[in-house]
Design a protein around this ligand. Structure first.
Ligand code: BG6
Length: 496
């Protein structure tokens, strides 16, 4: 890795404390960072280098490395919303570079409110801080990338006025998850799976991202966003693209992102019938969950009493692509659901000649492949086997792999991987501006429908969303998998 400065805007915020600095410290402890590696925190709160160092120590976990790590950390207070103060930042960068034999390589990480995402890059450019003659300059942006298609297009245009697409790294932290990346390896390094990864063998696909938490202290942001913008438009569609994409020519940024882009472009747009029949919105109402009284969404701090913001969305999508001809993809995400779990389930078609139907064991399940993103990360394949004894009783059994069994290998946090890639200049796991626009193109009609006329169905906290979400599947003679924390437990009580 080349020597560089990582400038974090929003340094006193939650993301920097909770994710970015611990990830950097861990990379430092693992000796993955350059020798000349500096972090410059920027925000409007008054702090000194020393006071910031003291403050962040408590959020770092790699104890033996902390004291050395924080020596590389500096702080600059500026009013980040005031363009006139950016000369101060530019000077500070010069001071940090002075005396160090390193090029002026700088990565700007913007963990800031959305309205500053376009402004800060232009104010940096006004100081010449986008100029790559003396070293690379990169921008790492956190979502949201706009709140609909027009605003996403405007954001992209504003960014491209002063920066090149190659300099822009749009973060989707789901792509940093080890298990999401493993999808590429699992699919394309195992011919037995890839050969069946198409409409001939796959009946349908489920993607679930469930959370037990509510909006916590983010109601201001969430109430103007909702689950569709917050989770579906980005994380769920990115995961869907990794599941559905064709094999890339190679594993460089261009090839991988071209393939995922084709999937976004091929998402079949929803017409009025689809909107009325294939999308379900929900909002959680209060309930007692495991002995604890959970508030209704509308009772959360800062949420308007008549809010129509959805805390749950489920839909049935199609991809107009040769490989996926008429294979439905059912997606759902929600807050205050029974467990925190993200997983993909590939449901294979039944055998063409059901020789064992009518056997006394009852229903023979079709093969299912469960790819667990979190927690209990792993892979589960459900297959039918003969139960020992007379006759041909078929029993569904599990073949499973759990990442935790690789006990000698630590699964890194997604921010570790993503920060590292941005610093190395590898954009494979970052979203292209055009891809973000395609995702909005698909999601925009869904949002318009929700905002204009859709019903938002109540669901009790601690349940799997509105009953209509179950009906969405039941109408097709299907059923969601109801997972629990433990990959193999299949919704049975699990003490994990
Ligand atoms: C964020 C959303 O992008 O992802 C949050 O804004 C959500 O609302 C979070 O809680 C979920 O991330 P993870 O990694 O915990 O699944």
């Amino acid at each position: 890795m080349q020597a560089q400065i990582l400038v974090i805007f929003g340094a006193s915020g939650d993301l920097a404390q909770r994710k970015l600095l611990p990830a950097l410290c861990s990379l430092y402890a693992g000796k993955s960072l350059a020798k000349d590696f500096l972090v410059l925190g920027v925000s409007r709160t008054a702090k000194t280098d020393d006071s910031w160092r003291a403050e962040i120590k408590s959020s770092l976990h790699d104890k033996p490395a902390i004291d050395e790590f924080v020596k590389n950390i500096f702080y600059q207070q500026i009013d980040t919303a005031n363009p006139n103060e950016y000369s101060v930042l530019s000077e500070k960068i010069k001071v940090l570079l002075k005396g160090r034999e390193m090029p002026a390589n700088v990565v700007f990480y913007l963990a800031v409110p959305p309205h500053l995402s376009a402004q800060i890059p232009s104010w940096l450019a006004a100081q010449g801080l986008n100029n790559q003659e003396d070293g690379f300059k990169r921008l790492v942006l956190e979502k949201p990338f706009g709140h609909d298609l027009p605003s996403a297009k405007k954001l992209n245009m504003d960014l491209l006025e002063h920066w090149q697409e190659e300099q822009i790294y749009r973060i989707d932290h789901y792509l940093g998850k080890e298990t999401v990346q493993n999808l590429l390896v699992f699919r394309f390094a195992n011919e037995i799976f890839d050969a069946m990864w198409n409409h001939r063998f796959v009946d349908y696909v489920e993607i679930t991202a469930a959370e037990t938490l509510g909006v916590e202290n983010r109601s201001g942001y969430f109430d103007s966003s909702g689950s569709t913008r917050d989770m579906l438009q980005n994380h769920l569609l990115q995961v869907l693209a990794m599941v559905a994409m064709d094999p890339p020519l190679s594993y460089d940024a261009e090839s991988v992102r071209n393939e995922t882009m084709k999937i976004f472009k091929s998402l079949r747009p929803f017409n009025q019938y689809d909107l009325e029949n294939k999308v379900v919105f929900g909002q959680n109402i209060g309930a007692k969950v495991k002995g604890e009284q959970i508030k209704a969404y509308r009772e959360e701090n800062g949420v308007p009493k008549d809010s129509r913001t959805e805390t749950f969305v489920a839909l049935k999508a199609y991809i107009d692509h040769y490989r996926w001809n008429n294979v439905p993809f059912y997606l759902r995400t929600g807050k205050r659901l029974p467990t925190r779990v993200t997983e993909i389930v590939i449901h294979f078609k039944p055998t063409p000649h059901p020789a064992f139907v009518g056997n006394p064991s009852g229903v023979i399940g079709n093969n299912q492949l469960v790819i667990r993103i979190q927690p209990d990360e792993g892979i589960l394949l459900k297959i039918g086997l003969k139960e020992p004894g007379s006759g041909f009783k078929v029993k569904t059994v599990n073949m499973d792999f759990h990442y935790k069994d690789l006990s000698h290998i630590r699964v890194p946090d997604s921010y570790e991987r993503l920060l590292m890639d941005a610093m190395l200049g590898d954009a494979t796991l970052y979203a292209l501006g055009q891809a973000v626009e395609y995702c909005w193109e698909f999601v925009d009609p869904i949002l318009h429908y929700k905002e204009a006329e859709a019903k938002i169905w109540g669901y009790s906290a601690g349940t799997w969303g509105p009953l209509l979400a179950d009906e969405l599947m039941a109408r097709d003679g299907r059923q969601w998998r109801y997972p629990c924390k433990c990959l193999t437990s299949d919704g049975e009580t699990c003490e994990l």
